[in-house]
Design a protein around this ligand. Structure first.
Ligand SMILES: C[S@@+](CC[C@H](N)C(=O)[O-])C[C@H]1O[C@@H](n2cnc3c(N)ncnc32)[C@H](O)[C@@H]1O
Length: 193
């Protein structure tokens, strides 16, 4: 999909302008208030949730890795060594991601547009909440289409509801990988392959 990452597995996104991450936290909170249906949570994913998502990516070794809806990049920090392509609809988040992860490719666009143009196999992390998201139906349809075209090796998605948001998208295997109580709201991670 693009250049090979040169970073080691334990590299982290240290930002000398924001060592405590408070700038990111405020940006996230502000965007959540302005655009609640699109952002879908009040605060970023917890360490426990991010670490579990990274564990999945490390073990599944996709041909290429895509993260949909990275926000301020809390999960990205833990998977940047895998050279993910980032797809984020919000302009301010995208700007922030480019600053924090200059080595990664950031698409400031809707996941639907990205998936429609995807033409090679990839594993996908989806952080976009599909319960209230205005594009939820179109995102699910784009995932189903991309899956049937053979471009999606797997999709790991987290959700605040009890059911797999990608049920019915054409995956052969759907399973609950983890329940993450230490997240706000508590989340479940589903792996679709
Ligand atoms: C719950 S936040 C997750 C952010 C990040 N994983 C975290 O926990 O900090 C959802 C993110 O999905 C993005 N998003 C929502 N709809 C999108 C779409 N159609 N295409 C791409 N990104 C989208 C939002 O802007 C937001 O950054």
């Amino acid at each position: 999909m693009k250049k090979t990452a040169l970073l080691s597995a334990d590299s982290s996104a240290s930002d000398t302008n924001d060592p405590l991450g408070s700038k990111d936290f405020l940006l996230f909170f502000r965007n959540a208030i302005i655009n609640p249906r699109s952002v879908g949570a009040l605060i970023p994913a917890s360490h426990a949730l991010s670490a579990k998502m990274a564990e999945i990516c490390n073990s599944l070794k996709p041909s290429a890795l895509v993260e949909l809806g990275p926000g301020t990049g809390v999960i990205t920090e833990k998977i940047r060594h895998l050279d993910p392509t980032l797809v984020e609809i919000d302009e301010k988040f995208s700007k922030r991601l480019r600053k924090k992860f200059p080595e990664l490719e950031v698409f400031n666009e809707c996941a639907v547009a990205f998936l429609e143009n995807l033409d090679q196999p990839a594993g996908v992390i989806c952080s976009i909440p599909l319960i209230n998201n205005p594009a939820a139906k179109r995102i699910k349809a784009a995932i189903a289409k991309s899956r049937s075209a053979g471009h999606l090796e797997w999709v790991a998605i987290y959700s605040y509801g009890k059911t797999n948001p990608l049920n019915g998208c054409g995956f052969n295997n759907e399973h609950l990988v983890a329940k993450i109580p230490f997240n706000f709201p508590p989340a479940r991670i589903w792996l679709n392959s």
